[in-house]
Design a protein around this ligand. Sequence first.
Ligand code: OXT
Ligand code: ADP
Ligand code: MG
Length: 569
Amino acid sequence: MSTDTEVELTDSFYMIIESLKRNGIQNIYGIPGIPVTALIRSWQADGGKFFACRHETNAAMAAGVAGYLTGVPGVCLTTPAPGFLNGLAGAANATTNGWPMILLSGAAQRRNTDLQQGAFEEMDQLNAARPHVKAAYRINHIRDIPIGITRAVRTAVSGRPGAVYVDLSHEMLTGTMPAEEAEKLLFTPVDLTPKQLPDPASIQRAADLLKGAKNPLILLGKGAAYAKIDNEIKALVEETGIPFLPMSMAKGLLPDNHPQCAGAVRSFVLPGADVVLIIGARLNWLLGNGQGATWGNQLKKFIQIDILPQEIDSNVPIAAPIVGDIASSVAALRTALKGASKAPAEWLSAISERVAQSREKLAPRLQVKTAPGMMNYQNSLGAIRGVLAKYPNTTLVNEGANALDNTRMIVDQYQPRRRIDSGTWGIMGIGMGACIGSAVVTGDPVVAVEGDSAFGFSGMDVETIVRYNLPVTICIMNNGGIYKGNEANAGGFAEPAPTAFTPGIRYDKMIDAFGGVGKNATTPEELATMLEDSIKSRKPTLINIVLDPDAGVESGRISGLNIERKKKK
Ligand code: OXT
Ligand code: ADP
Ligand code: MG
């Protein structure tokens, strides 16, 4: 008798599935194909959830968003070469946003790939991934699976979170080993996100600065939302009496209608503040890189809490850096500030007055009447705003240009981590993936407010939303194009302008075709009723919102970043 028949063997699929489970992974998003189809079937057979998407980028976006919302890396599984490359776009987005995720991909035989002999879907995926992820690892042997998967998970969640690529080599995927030995290799990791305590001296320096401030401001970023210390952040804000400004995805960490929220007067508080406490935000393009007109052309005294040391002084000098995790740093800062007097009342009342004015100015614009089929961003979003206020546990997914900027301004958020958007890169294409990821991990309703162009980047995954019966409502802000739908070809030719789509598209018919609910809204009243019905029903729904094709401006609020032609023809 040969040894093979005497020793019970196990295979790499078992080792991958067990290792993922021991790392807390319950869901995988992806697309099957050679060589991972059987792995996916085995995962499902074992009770794991698999969300089969229609494009790997959307699967990877779903995984990234799931990672952001839960703190457990979202996992995306792809086939080699193009499947992997599609997934890589979502992994790069997760890395850029600081979201934990893992991209697992099957790969062609290393023997042929390394000699460039032309294997099926041959590609040097490890090296292609490297610049776009926090780390890229390859598991070459079945014995390395438990360590390899845990290493990926620990890398994804520790420090500044990000995406990790794991190359599942063909040789490894076909491997077997004795079952008894395999069991000894499997393990559950201990303390995946240990505390990273700040230096007490850095806390004292920051507390002293804040105590001496006349016009202090707290800037909350999505790192603060990710830290999930919502009550402690609320306590810091309320104990100090310091006004706060949320970055886009930090909206709702404290409610937008909180008396200290300065969201409605951004261009007053950024130049007006003297000391700014940044919690989990980067001084990148979204904050004028910490300088210039955004800040009144003055260098502020910045206190910055971040887990990544090299984020400090990345754009401008930081007067009081605090390097540590947000939970430990905020706790230490609160202790150091005990007994300190509150922020000057004049500063807060000047802000409150302006916030009230700003909100009053906006209110009538949200009610304006327009002819049927000629809605604008303000009255359509006014309707959406009213409905969402009744369902604060809804996750809002948002992308576009005008569709993005107006929604951020008009729709208030009331709960933490309920807004997912184009993020740090300002990209289109997060839409349907973000809907899938957030619906899966929260179980709560999701409403996507999508520019009609933005929607096109991920639109086919509406079918996935219908197939898994996810409680998602997709609202398409249909102005017929990118920024506007009525631009003519600049040369006066008959072909369309680069920004214009086919007029009068009925996106609602798309979801009809898949068996979901399609609606066409021509007035704010219709829209409000359709949206509320849809949230209540939890049925996958798409509402085509018919806007005036002239509604919208070039590039929304960031038109200043455009480059105009220097020499006119
Ligand atoms: O204080 P001031 O006076 O300044 O006022 C501010 C607030 O105080 C006030 N406010 C309020 N007032 C009253 N009440 C309330 N509640 C309130 N809240 C706020 O409102 C203003 C604005 O507030 P905000 O937003 O805080 O302030 P501001 O100054 O705008 O903030 C600056 C920024 C930079 C932080 C902010 O603007 C921001 O976050 N911007 C993000 C911009 C972004 O990411 N844009 C997306 C990219 S645009 C472009 O690249 C597009 N592409 C190209 C492309 C991309 N991106 N990706 C890929 C993969 N391929 C191609 C494309 C194709 S957009 C696009 C499609 C566009 O077409 P669509 O059809 O999809 O969309 P439509 O435009 O709708 O047609
Ligand atoms: P926003 O886009 O909202 O301004 P960014 O993504 O630019 O936010 O910044 C988030 C910051 O938060 C990153 O610099 C990241 O390193 C930091 N961060 C994320 N999680 C933590 C944490 N738990 N503790 C400390 N810093 C964190
Ligand atoms: Mg549009």
